[in-house]
Design a protein around this ligand. Structure first.
Ligand code: PRX
Length: 471
């Protein structure tokens, strides 16, 4: 099912050519394609395969479609997400458990009631969109708003005008979007009647204190951070004000949500860290609560190996995040333990971006790291070694290559994964055993000390990167 096009920042983004290309590349081709013509772009229709939704709607307007009963464990969807390898994992979710988890989260976490309106600004294809644009609010008896577009168009007040118009009671967004709004006139926050709004929930990336304070003071509403993952489908850490009023702490998403037995474990010994403020891997003791992934689609072994065997001596679910817990039981998330980066609330694997860039014929080798960015949290930065080293002195050829490589990433992974810069170097920093020193590259890009470099094969490699970054 698709449409002729979408609209982003006033620009028409054609979907049909992308869809046709995807079907051309796929091994398993659909028999039929159902298309909504929004009147945004012309569509080339394939006879016998492509069907227009408007025609079928007229045909089936008064049909009664019976409920299709499935087992509780029947998969409801798979959502692909990044990890440490170049191959994304298909997070497979069940039907019954997911429904129960979402139904319970609406009153207990989001304090939403039947008859009210939920407004989640996420992308619909992201886990937050699945859980809290579509299923959660509707299962909870709430109306839901689907908003297509930017928070700044026609102006920075558009979201708040929707809150007034539809009497939104619960709103859900991401810190990046708030940082975008911070650049707008703060008067836009108070131009509309926001009396219906109970709270603004934010998730997907660390919520920095200045952003939290700015929006909380601007709106005069509680701001509630919540931490979770594509794999879990609903919050792991937050404050459940629908159960009992719990104060929020700046910088902390909160405490473990009911159903989650969250622990901090020593990454070397697997031992539980019981003293306050000790840094460890955020892990969840099995069984996971309803709603969390059943397995990795088509690969049970990968599910077990990836998530359940990384902490020594214990079979626990690893979130791959570092965290600490203070004396009051509030968790603080300190970043990933793996090579996953977070760009504007979007989770990306540096390995996937590297594989995509390696698809360019001129590239011999590439390293991608996440670098701190004021607006997006992190951006991807790429350092490539060219097959033809003589091009390194040809500035115009390098500029052209940078553009081409960005296009390759746009086409294979989408614009969100496009590196902020692609820089070209003669050699990449590696250990003597050939392991890429991504953390050292990242430190240099962020102006930090790269740490112990005695294992590095060629010490000039990091200097080149440092020179490029400074220039
Ligand atoms: O690193 C954590 C970060 O985002 C990762 C999960 O991303 P994704 O699978 O795209 O799911 C997003 C669903 C909200 C986590 O492993 N993350 C998510 N929420 C927070 C966060 N980091 C800090 N604070 C949060 N509230």
């Amino acid at each position: 099912m698709s449409a002729d096009a979408g609209s982003r920042g006033g620009k028409v983004v054609e979907y049909k050519p992308l869809l046709d290309e995807a079907i051309r590349l796929s091994a398993h081709k659909p028999n039929s394609v159902l298309l909504v013509d929004r009147g945004l772009a012309k569509m080339a229709m394939t006879e016998g395969r492509d069907l227009l939704w408007s025609n079928l709607r007229d045909q089936h307007l008064n049909d009664v479609v019976p409920c299709e009963w499935v087992d509780s464990t029947h998969p409801s969807y798979t959502l692909y997400t990044s990890g440490t390898t170049g191959k994304p994992k298909g997070v497979q979710r069940d039907t019954g458990g997911y429904t129960v988890a979402l139904a319970s989260s609406i009153p207990n976490i989001f304090c939403g009631k039947p008859g009210e309106t939920f407004f989640c600004t996420s992308d619909i294809g992201w886990v937050v969109g699945h859980s809290y644009i579509i299923y959660g609010p509707l299962i909870g008896g709430m109306a839901t708003i689907m908003y297509e577009g930017l928070p700044t168009r026609p102006d920075g007040g558009i979201w708040w005008s929707l809150v007034e118009k539809y009497k939104v009671t619960v709103m859900f967004s991401a810190p990046t979007a708030i940082r975008v709004l911070k650049k707008q006139d703060p008067a836009l926050l108070t131009q509309y009647d926001l009396s219906s709004l109970k709270a603004l929930f934010l998730a997907g990336e660390p919520l920095d204190e200045p952003t939290a304070k700015w929006i909380s003071e601007g709106l005069g509403k509680p701001i509630i951070d919540n931490y979770w993952q594509t794999e879990t489908g609903w919050p792991i850490l937050t404050v459940c004000n629908g159960i009992e009023k719990t104060p929020s702490k700046f910088g902390s998403p909160g405490k473990a949500v009911y159903g989650y037995d969250v622990k901090l474990l020593d990454d070397q010994t697997g031992e539980e860290l019981t003293q306050p403020n000790q840094k460890g891997v955020v892990a969840i003791e099995g069984p996971l609560p309803p709603g969390c992934l059943q397995t990795v689609w088509g690969d049970d072994d990968r599910f077990v190996k990836t998530y359940w065997t990384t902490v020594p001596g214990k079979m626990v679910y690893s979130t791959f995040d570092w965290g600490i817990k203070d004396e009051d039981g509030y968790f603080f998330i300190l970043g990933r333990t793996d090579d996953v980066i977070n760009v504007a609330g979007h989770r990306l694997g540096t390995r996937e971006i590297e594989e995509s860039i390696s698809g360019h014929a001129a590239v011999a080798e590439v390293a991608v790291v996440g670098v701190a960015d004021n607006l997006k949290g992190q951006v991807a930065m790429a350092f490539a070694v060219l097959k033809d080293g003589s091009l390194l002195s040809d500035a115009s050829a390098l500029l052209k290559l940078e553009g081409e490589i960005m296009k390759v990433v746009d086409n294979s992974l989408g614009a969100v994964a496009r590196p902020a810069r692609v820089r070209f170097v003669a050699v990449l920093p590696k250990t003597r055993s050939g392991k890429l020193l991504r953390r050292a590259i990242q430190a240099v890009c962020e102006g930090r000390d790269p740490g112990d470099l005695t294992t590095m094969d060629d010490p000039t490699a990091l200097l080149q990167i440092s020179d490029l970054v400074k220039a």
